[in-house]
Design a protein around this ligand. Structure first.
Ligand code: SF4
Length: 227
């Protein structure tokens, strides 16, 4: 069990699920670069949190609800939690997280949502089977099943988050498709890492060519030009 002082933000878990280096740049090195996507997301969240709690029929809607888990060592808040009441009393609450864009190929939004749900479960001593992500494009809710697999991934990431925070190490950049939508690409410079890889290949091929020359064998492993 973690203590109150050890709790880390759920948002950090989302960054970690996206890329460990992105997490380190934001949370260890305090680097942050807002792009059009993150600005839209921030404005959407601010609007959601400005609205008041309300009741709609048999659903009570709580906004910006503070959440924590001493087991996972996490703290944060849910955009919206819908609590059934009246004729729906007895049904579990539903967490809804708002996202401005479209569903992502990587599961970082699902991990963030699952962490929120696991916090609420611990706080209220209940179990939830599902939660929802609302995306702006298209404007629609997506049901996320809180499966054992998603819970295990969320728990593993939460403990890794604590280990990495203690180690205070920023992983090196590794180029991947997700870099194209990363707001920190100008700070991270993953293209240099990509170039380094090519340079290593280039040097390796030069050495192999040279060795082949010494042995009188022209090999066939021609030198590549680094990109
Ligand atoms: S640019 Fe790529 S490697 Fe760098 S922080 Fe973003 S996702 Fe990670």
């Amino acid at each position: 069990m973690f203590s109150e002082d050890d709790l880390l933000p759920i948002s950090a878990l989302q960054h970690l699920a996206f890329c460990e280096r992105q997490w380190a740049l934001i949370h260890l090195e305090q680097a942050w670069s807002e792009n059009a996507l993150t600005a839209e997301g921030r404005i959407l969240h601010e609007k959601t949190h400005e609205e008041n709690n309300e009741s709609r029929g048999d659903i009570r809607i709580a906004r910006s609800l503070r959440l924590h888990s001493f087991r996972l060592g996490l703290v944060g808040q849910a955009d919206v939690v819908e609590f059934p009441s009246g004729s729906l009393a007895g049904f579990p609450p539903k967490i809804v997280e708002y996202k401005h864009g479209k569903p992502k190929a990587i599961d970082c939004d699902e991990v963030q949502l699952c962490a929120q749900a696991m916090c609420l479960e611990e706080m209220m001593g209940l179990h939830m089977d599902e939660a929802e992500l609302f995306y702006g494009k298209p404007r629609r809710r997506h049901v996320v099943v809180l499966s054992e697999g998603l819970r295990e991934r969320t728990e593993t990431l939460a403990f890794r988050l604590h280990d990495l925070t203690e180690a205070t190490l920023t992983p090196r950049a590794v180029w991947s498709k997700r870099c194209e939508s990363c707001s920190l690409i100008e700070i991270c410079l993953p293209g240099i890492a990509k170039g380094k890889k090519s340079a290593v290949r280039y040097l390796r091929s030069l050495i192999l060519s040279s060795l082949a020359g010494e042995s009188g064998d022209d090999g066939g492993d021609s030198a590549e030009t680094p990109s």
